[in-house]
Design a protein around this ligand. Structure first.
Ligand SMILES: Cc1cc2nc3c(=O)[nH]c(=O)nc-3n(C[C@H](O)[C@H](O)[C@H](O)COP(=O)(O)O)c2cc1C
Length: 187
């Protein structure tokens, strides 16, 4: 059992070449984390394994984003997101996360994986205001209203969620090559 840290408005920045990797079961319970995960979040692998992944949940993140993440993953599809994470010491770090469902030979989902890299400031700037609005809608009303707000926002920009993310976070050059290599390693 891990206690929730007291949130501090202080950022942890880290190299854009440091990928943070984790793997969970289909309930979101952590079964593997890499060294960078521990280094950046402040939790040791022993503290993390067996815990639910919401251990990193930051109160500034809209519930609707995670709803979409789970809905997509459990349908067997990949999804990316820009996520503000909460470290053990209460500081935060922004990541771009690529999440994927791993399946067995029969197509059953056996695990879920996440590869994260540092989110550049311009990406954070593009989602922060949207997330703040969504969180306040969730506090005042409910998640359905926040999802509806997100949908209207996307519609106004003429994109669906995946296109919105692609436009925002597509990895470039060497980072893209490194990321593909890391993803292959966890297969
Ligand atoms: C593979 C995988 C990786 C995840 N990574 C994160 C993460 O880095 N940060 C986070 O807040 N939630 C992450 N989640 C989502 C959490 O499971 C959870 O839905 C989220 O923290 C919201 O918490 P709640 O569902 O208790 O509201 C991940 C889920 C999966 C399946």
């Amino acid at each position: 059992m891990i206690y929730r840290p007291i949130v501090r408005d202080e950022e942890i920045s880290f190299s854009k070449r440091k990928f943070i990797v984790s793997k969970t079961d289909i309930k979101g319970k952590i079964i593997f984390t890499n060294k960078n995960f521990s280094e950046i979040s402040g939790y040791s692998e022993a503290e993390l394994v067996g815990e639910p992944h919401n251990i990193l949940r930051h109160p500034d993140m809209p519930r609707a984003v995670f709803f979409l993440v789970w809905k997509t993953l459990l349908a067997g599809n990949p999804i990316s997101g820009v996520i503000k994470n909460l470290a053990k010491d209460g500081r935060y770090y922004w990541v771009i996360a690529d999440l994927e469902a791993k399946k067995d030979a029969n197509g059953n989902i056996i695990a879920l994986t996440a590869f994260r890299r540092a989110a550049p400031q311009d990406v954070v700037d593009k989602v922060e205001e949207l997330y703040t609005t969504m969180v306040s809608i969730e506090k005042k009303h409910n998640m359905e209203k926040s999802l509806a707000y997100l949908e209207a926002y996307l519609e106004e920009n003429n994109v669906n969620y995946h296109e919105f993310m692609d436009g925002l976070i597509k990895p470039k050059g060497i980072i893209s090559n490194l990321l593909s290599a890391f993803k292959r390693m966890l297969r």
